[in-house]
Design a protein around this ligand. Structure first.
Ligand code: PEP
Ligand code: MG
Length: 360
């Protein structure tokens, strides 16, 4: 029993842990989140989003320089500046997680969120990159997207600018080796590729990650184990999961995007009409909170079946918001996922719901 959960509640959690089959991980992206998650009993990080690492006040200028660079050389110059900070972020996370699994998702931003808007922001990038402000503004206009959530995000970013994923992978492996050396406990990073729709995308991105691993291992004269897998968050990925599992060593269901793309409902704008939809009985509950089991759930079941048919020991988890919702957790138990991943404060609820699901 964690000391933070002592008393009757701690006893209840202990009973739940004795019964449940599903592992419970947390969605955590800072060492503090990770510590909170561990205090609540998380058995790993199921989703470490890396976008926040790029929004940090003292990094954003270099990030903008990278996004607005005209070519690979320009992007690499900016990425080099960002490498030490990323390495220390991952080191701190691996230290807190002390050998528990950590799934790190490579960058998945709508690109426009990184673009400068204010004059002074453009001026900062111009000074850092040695490029004229007008040139940067022209480039920013070129990067405008009408529908960023369906645009240049996820692995599409990695396919067009592989050096971004290469640098992230490098930071992950360098940090993992540092922590292994210091603590004697080697982290097992699970490198996760977002928004994959085809096996070829995953093949390309896995090659980038594997190459970065080989380079770092050769430099250090040491190796560690790691996995490369994918999010299943697009209907096409669910349909083609059998093929994708030839490359992917694990799947994590990104049910936020899978709900958005299966229902064709924007996750950012749904609030305007979803109330009426629930009132009219079109959806029993808000499908972004509680999994649409009949629809989206069928895709999850299908992908799990097809993935396991190809790779019987494939590791399966869920990291969308639904991973902390008891009704959705009951469904995950039925599908036979290995773990659910929820926000740190929902970890105790997930432990309890996993136990109830197992008993049922
Ligand atoms: C998801 O899509 O379910 C997911 C976990 O990723 P994000 O919310 O970061 O898009
Ligand atoms: Mg997503």
């Amino acid at each position: 029993v964690q000391p933070e959960l002592a008393g009757d509640f701690g006893v209840l959690m202990e009973w739940a842990d004795g019964v449940r089959r599903l592992k419970v991980r947390a969605n955590a992206e800072t060492p503090l989140d990770c510590q909170t998650a561990r205090d609540f009993g998380a058995e790993g990080v199921g989703l470490c989003r890396t976008e926040h690492m790029f929004f940090d006040a003292d990094r954003i200028t270099a990030v903008r320089q990278m996004i607005l660079a005209q070519d690979e050389t320009g992007r690499r110059a900016a990425l080099e500046k960002l490498l030490p900070a990323q390495r220390s972020d991952f080191t701190a996370i691996f230290e807190v997680m002390a050998g528990l699994p950590v799934t790190v998702r490579l960058l998945d931003p709508p690109l426009h969120e990184f673009l400068p808007h204010e004059e002074n922001e453009f001026a900062e990038v111009a000074a850092a990159a040695g490029v004229a402000i007008d040139e940067l503004k022209r480039r920013a206009t070129e990067l405008h997207e009408f529908n960023p959530m369906l645009g240049h995000r996820g692995c599409r970013l990695g396919v067009t600018y592989p050096e971004i994923y290469e640098t992230q992978a490098r930071a992950i492996f360098e940090a993992a080796l540092d922590v292994a050396e210091k603590s004697g406990k080697a982290p097992i990073p699970e490198v996760m590729i977002p928004l994959v729709a085809t096996k070829r995308e995953l093949d390309l991105m896995k090659a980038v990650v594997d190459k970065a691993a080989q380079v770092v291992f050769a430099e250090r004269g040491k190796t560690i184990d790691y996995l490369v897998g994918t999010m299943i968050e697009l209907p096409r990925a669910a349909l083609k999961a059998g093929e994708i599992a030839e490359t992917g060593e694990f799947f994590s269901f990104g049910t936020n995007d899978l709900t958005q793309t299966t229902l064709g409902v924007s996750r950012d704008d749904a609030a305007r009409f979803l109330g009426a939809y629930v009132e009219q009985g079109i959806y029993a509950k808000d499908p972004f909170v509680s999994l649409d089991i009949e629809g989206v759930g069928e895709l999850v079941q299908m992908a799990a079946d097809r993935g396991r048919a190809t790779r019987p020991d494939i590791k399966l988890g869920i990291c969308g918001e639904h991973g902390g919702d008891p009704a959705s957790i009951a469904f995950c138990e039925k599908v036979g996922l290995d773990y659910v991943s929820a926000s740190p404060y929902r970890v105790p609820i997930a432990r309890l719901a996993a136990a109830q699901a197992a008993l049922k």
